[in-house]
Design a protein around this ligand. Structure first.
Ligand code: 2AM
Ligand code: CA
Ligand code: CA
Ligand code: CA
Length: 283
């Protein structure tokens, strides 16, 4: 339809080709990093590969859609305030590409093969295309608003788990800790006795793609940015799942505390997080 195609160039085709090209390039750089820098805290890492991947992605998108806007992690000053401001300034753009050039930089630096490239396209603030690419497994997840989500031509569907008891879920520990316990540890305390098990694998975008594909039944994380979530959120809703903030409010680009499930366990999941919040557990 007109929404997705300009001339002969489909938005989705450009998103797919760009994510695939960036991911394949990243993979050639694994184990070949000369310098690891830090951003907002000692645990907040960045490499020349993050920056190179973002450059490659920006160039490809700009070649095809020169009048579109691009919000990319490495084009924004580090820290939550700067990224919220950058999103706010750009969220009114008609077409906004939202890019995480490597989601899971810590894994990339350590050679732990769980990282991804995340590319979303928003039209007037609503995500219409989402692509998450995992170069280590050559798995590409793609969703178009209203048209479903796919992995290599096969429709993805969320899991059928009806309760936490049979659910494998995931979360992420934030980089900006500076010696403190991760903020979501009380959520881990509340949920861990209720679920089958919990994974903390290090790429929010890929965790979200796994919820879409039914490999995980739920995921939550505190303090993320638009580029971590936008593509994965569309993958999940187009696979039959549900994405909100941790208070159950509908997902939008400004959501930082995200909760995503197969839909069936959403309320139970949210109740346990609320219990954790109310009763405190670890501080
Ligand atoms: P990144 O690898 O692109 O930086 C891991 O829990 C998740 O948190 C990853 O998706 C990671 O994305 C993200 N992350 C890392 N540092 C962060 C920070 N300083 N603020 C918010 N999210 C961060
Ligand atoms: Ca980062
Ligand atoms: Ca990220
Ligand atoms: Ca990143």
């Amino acid at each position: 339809t007109e929404t997705f195609v300009v001339g002969s160039k489909s938005f989705t085709a450009v998103a797919i080709n760009t994510a695939a090209k960036a991911g394949q390039w990243i993979k050639t750089k694994l184990g070949d990093i000369n310098h690891v820098g830090t951003k907002f805290s000692a645990q907040d890492l960045v490499t020349e590969v993050d920056k190179g991947s973002e450059k490659l992605i920006r160039n490809l998108i700009m070649t095809h859609f020169p009048n579109h806007s691009i919000l990319g992690e490495e084009g924004v000053e580090p820290g939550p305030e700067a990224s919220a401001k950058a999103l706010q300034e750009m969220s009114d753009e008609e077409y906004l590409w939202i890019v995480d050039p490597i989601d899971g930089t810590t894994n990339f630096v350590h050679g732990f093969p769980f990282f991804s490239v995340s590319i979303a396209l928003a039209h007037k603030g609503e995500v219409i295309v989402g692509v998450v690419y995992d170069p280590s497994r050559d798995e590409l997840f793609v969703a178009e608003k209203g048209k479903g989500a796919y992995m290599h031509g096969k429709k993805t569907e969320v899991s059928e788990d009806e309760t936490l008891l049979t659910s494998l879920i995931a979360t992420g520990f934030p980089a900006d800790r500076d010696g403190a316990l991760p903020i979501n540890l009380k959520g881990v305390q509340a949920l861990s006795p209720k679920v089958r098990n919990i994974r903390v694998a290090g790429s929010a975008a890929l965790h979200l793609a796994y919820v879409a594909a039914g490999r995980l039944s739920g995921f939550w994380e505190i303090g993320l940015n638009a580029w971590d979530i936008a593509a994965g959120a569309l993958l999940i809703t187009e696979s039959g799942g549900r994405v909100t903030d941790t208070e159950g409010k509908p997902y939008h680009l400004g959501v930082r505390n995200v909760m995503a499930t197969n839909g069936h366990i959403h309320e139970e999941f949210q109740n346990e997080l609320a219990v954790a919040e109310a009763t405190g557990f670890v501080k």
